[in-house]
Ligand binder design. Structure first.
Ligand SMILES: C[C@@H](C(=O)O)C(=O)SCCNC(=O)CCNC(=O)[C@H](O)C(C)(C)COP(=O)(O)OP(=O)(O)OC[C@H]1O[C@@H](n2cnc3c(N)ncnc32)[C@H](O)[C@@H]1OP(=O)(O)O
Ligand SMILES: [Co+2]
Length: 134
């Protein structure tokens, strides 16, 4: 069901510093900051030849990443995003296995303008999973 790895997201305590480090120390192709108010985050995508890294920083008062950054003040890997062809079929299949879909259970439009859903980290070996329909 899952296809390519779309991105690995890293929650960071300082978005500008993290972007600069990827640009200068790691020599990566770093995009511009994008506010995602529907998701409570500001993101910067880093383009790698085979995937992307999504730097995440809280936006607004109820950001879903606030708790994670409180527990991991230096930052940390926050989620991985797998591509799927049909997100509703994927969701329904996963619900049958007992996996918890976060939020309302309905896809939201993600940072690439495509539908996304999140699966509870406790149901996936401690790793928050994002699905993106491509
Ligand atoms: C723009 C878009 C895109 O790419 O298109 C994005 O990525 S938006 C990216 C931001 N959006 C999201 O993450 C949306 C989905 N996320 C959520 O709904 C939330 O972040 C939850 C995953 C439910 C966690 O929320 P919160 O930290 O408030 O809950 P909580 O404190 O009750 O956490 C429950 C347990 O899960 C653990 N936990 C929390 N976040 C975790 C993470 N990212 N990875 C692994 N474990 C995690 C906590 O340590 C805790 O474990 P213990 O009980 O053992 O201590
Ligand atoms: Co993401």
């Amino acid at each position: 069901m899952i296809g390519r790895l779309n991105h690995v997201a890293i929650a960071v305590p300082d978005l500008t510093a993290a972007a600069e480090q990827y640009r200068t120390a790691l020599g990566a192709k770093v995009g511009a900051p994008q506010d995602e108010p529907d998701h409570g985050v500001t993101v910067i995508f880093i383009e790698l030849p085979n995937t992307k890294i999504e730097l995440l920083y809280p936006l607004g008062e109820n950001s879903p990443i606030n708790g994670f950054l409180e527990k991991n003040p230096a930052g940390g890997i926050h989620h991985i995003c797998y591509e799927v062809d049909d997100i509703l079929a994927a969701r329904d299949q996963l619900l049958k296995t007992g996996a918890r879909v976060l939020g309302t259970g309905e896809p939201k439009i993600g940072a690439h303008g495509k539908p996304v859903l999140f699966l509870h980290p406790k149901d996936f070996n401690g790793c928050l999973v994002e699905l993106e329909q491509v």
